[in-house]
Design a protein around this ligand. Structure first.
Ligand code: GLY
Length: 378
């Protein structure tokens, strides 16, 4: 039995992938499935527009993007739900010469890699997105990127998991991993003990808080708050994702325009603050003044799981049978299907499509991987 702790998009994708490969999987969720960062996110799929801390991370994110079209088709067949994948490009606005130079250099670098991207001048930018301020100098446009409706994705994944016999237990409260001297034995919740050959910590920003993990196998994950809001967009004023200095807007098919996102180190606080809302609206209205009369219909905040080096933790660590999948920071939705494939390959001791060494939980420690020991003891 594999127990996944955390029913966010990463945990649900892992459960879904493992169940497809024939494993018996149970998911333990402290609260409600896909209700934390998975609900709060904007569903951005942007390996070229997001700043990446390393080439390994860029490669993983690019791989994650390539998986999406077939992944959502498969989920539609399994769940009957359209998760509204839109890969219609991301526009990044430049308002200063420095921003324009940086954007043009990025376009050139992407083109060198064979990725379709262009620099648009002011007229071309406003022709593409008429709500953009006339103060814009131009924009970079990356064609392959886009977004998915992450809330619908949570519903679809949950349905697909349940259809495949994955048991998802909500409201479990805090879980504690139980170990012996050599390996993980299972997980204890307020409802009792669940024996497991493999335990996967996919608890997002809470992954570092999981009880029962020996010091040598702990991963350092910190919550990084993102506040967001939604505007009601009666006319489709914005067609595609538009980035501007400090933020972005994401148009949803249901008529909402999401505005994101703050990046704050304030622990587990998920309050929406006056300053946060002002900051979001100031940035959005400077870049897109045509939004000024839209109604604010929703505000919320979520916690991204951040790591010290900006890379996720994916794989086995110092404790046999115990794997981690967290620390995806701003790219959790993009990386959920890729993380699931990678981790499932590591569990099955198959070579993954992307070199996982940069994401090993052991990079913060000196111990050797524990999966072989886990296999031997299973
Ligand atoms: N992926 C965008 C954000 O985390 O704000």
């Amino acid at each position: 039995m594999v127990v996944v702790i955390g029913a966010g998009l990463v945990g649900l994708c892992i459960a879904y992938e493992l169940s497809k490969r024939g494993a018996e999987v149970r998911v333990l969720e402290a609260a409600e499935p896909a209700s934390a960062a998975s609900w709060a996110g904007a569903g951005m799929l942007a390996p070229d527009t997001e700043e990446m801390p390393s080439a390994a991370m860029r490669a993983l994110c690019a791989y994650g993007l390539t998986l999406y079209p077939s992944f959502v088709e498969e989920l539609r067949a399994e769940s009957g739900l359209d998760v509204r994948l839109r890969l219609d490009g991301i526009l990044s606005l430049a308002f200063t010469d420095e921003e324009a130079n940086r954007a043009a250099a990025r376009v050139a670098a992407l083109n060198d890699e064979g990725i379709a991207a262009r620099w648009l001048d002011r007229t071309q930018t406003i022709a593409l997105e008429p709500a953009v301020s006339g103060a814009v100098l131009g924009a970079s446009f990356v064609e392959r990127e886009g977004h998915v409706d992450n809330r619908r994705l949570g519903w679809a994944l949950r349905a697909a998991c349940e259809r495949r016999g994955v048991r998802i237990e909500s409201g479990c409260g805090a879980s504690a991993v139980e170990t012996d001297a050599r390996r993980v034995r299972g997980v204890r919740t307020k409802d009792g003990f669940l024996s497991a050959s493999t335990v996967i910590n996919a608890a997002g920003a809470w992954a570092g808080e999981l009880a029962g993990i020996p010091q040598s196998a702990l991963v350092a994950v910190r919550p990084v708050k993102g506040q967001m809001l939604a505007l009601a967009m009666p006319r489709r004023l914005v067609q595609r994702i538009v980035w501007f200095p400090g933020g972005y807007v994401v148009p949803r098919q249901d008529g909402r325009l999401l505005v994101g996102a703050t990046v704050e180190d304030t622990g587990f606080d998920v309050r929406v603050t006056a300053h946060g809302v002002k900051w979001l609206l100031d940035g959005a209205l400077d870049a897109l003044p045509a939004l000024r009369d839209l109604a604010v219909t929703e505000t919320w905040a979520g916690l991204r799981p951040g790591s010290i080096d900006g890379l996720p933790f994916i794989g086995f660590g110092a404790l046999a049978g115990y794997a981690v999948a967290t620390g995806h920071y701003r790219n959790g939705i993009l990386l959920a299907p890729a993380t699931a494939r990678l981790l499932a390959d590591l569990i099955e001791e198959r070579a993954p499509a992307v070199d996982p060494s940069a994401f090993s939980p052991l990079r913060m420690h000196s111990q050797r991987p524990g999966n072989a020991a886990a296999k031997a003891a299973t």
